[in-house]
Design a protein around this ligand. Structure first.
Ligand code: ATP
Length: 201
């Protein structure tokens, strides 16, 4: 059973950037966002169930799920949100377990943006939080996603606060815009996790 390190952080904090640095050492990465997309790929049972439930309008012209529309629907309708969560939660959990346990590497990096919000930090052996200021998150997300200040602020407000996230951290990696030592910090954490994985009971 591999040692599981959960990597979390707010929008635009740099989770993907940090995970890519771990991957350079050969660490297997399991990405919660990728899994959330995989379970609703065309012709999966969840895709078919969602189409039957919401009608064909929920399918984009390219035949994939219109995730934006789905997000809008569940944002304003608690019952639909519950219905969708009941459908997807077990599938996501099953696929996550499958991916977390399929590698022979001593530990796995599980990148999960909503670790705290979804109350699943107990599934990891250790929690690594990427920490930046809200100002940096806002600036990076606007630049990357070309969205308005108001949209970014709404997303930030829907996530846990910086303080609450940090209270769950076993380790913290800062990723400030002026930081030049990410690779060194990741190397130190990587060595620490190899050691911890060895002594896991
Ligand atoms: P999300 O949760 O929104 O997917 P994320 O936490 O995975 O985001 P990244 O995609 O890694 O964050 O980074 C967000 C943006 O900030 C990217 O455009 C990335 O290139 C940039 N970025 C990451 N780290 C830094 C840094 N140290 N300095 C400046 N820009 C950075």
């Amino acid at each position: 059973m591999p040692y599981i390190v959960a990597l979390t952080g707010g929008i635009g904090s740099g989770k993907t950037t940090i995970a890519n640095n771990f991957a350079k050492f050969g660490v297997p990465i399991v990405d919660a966002d990728v899994i959330a997309r995989q379970v609703v790929e065309p012709n999966t049972p969840a895709f078919d169930a969602i189409r039957s439930h919401f009608g064909k309008e929920i399918i984009s012209l390219d035949g994939t799920l219109n995730r934006g529309l789905l997000r809008d629907i569940i944002f304003s309708n608690t019952n639909e949100k519950k219905w969708l969560n009941t459908l997807l939660h077990p599938l996501i959990q099953q696929e996550t377990q499958k991916q977390l346990y399929q590698d022979n590497y001593p530990y796995v990096l599980w990148v999960v943006p909503l670790l705290i919000e979804n109350n699943i930090s107990h599934l990891a052996d250790r929690v690594l939080v990427v920490d930046v200021t809200p100002e940096e998150q806002i600036q990076r997300t606007i630049k990357r996603d070309n969205i308005s200040l108001e949209q970014v602020k709404n997303i930030l407000n829907a996530q846990v606060s910086r303080e609450k996230r940090l209270s769950y951290a076993d380790d913290v990696i800062t990723n400030h815009t002026k930081d030049t030592s990410i690779q060194d910090k990741v190397a130190n954490l990587h060595n620490k996790y190899l050691t911890l994985a060895k002594i896991k009971p």
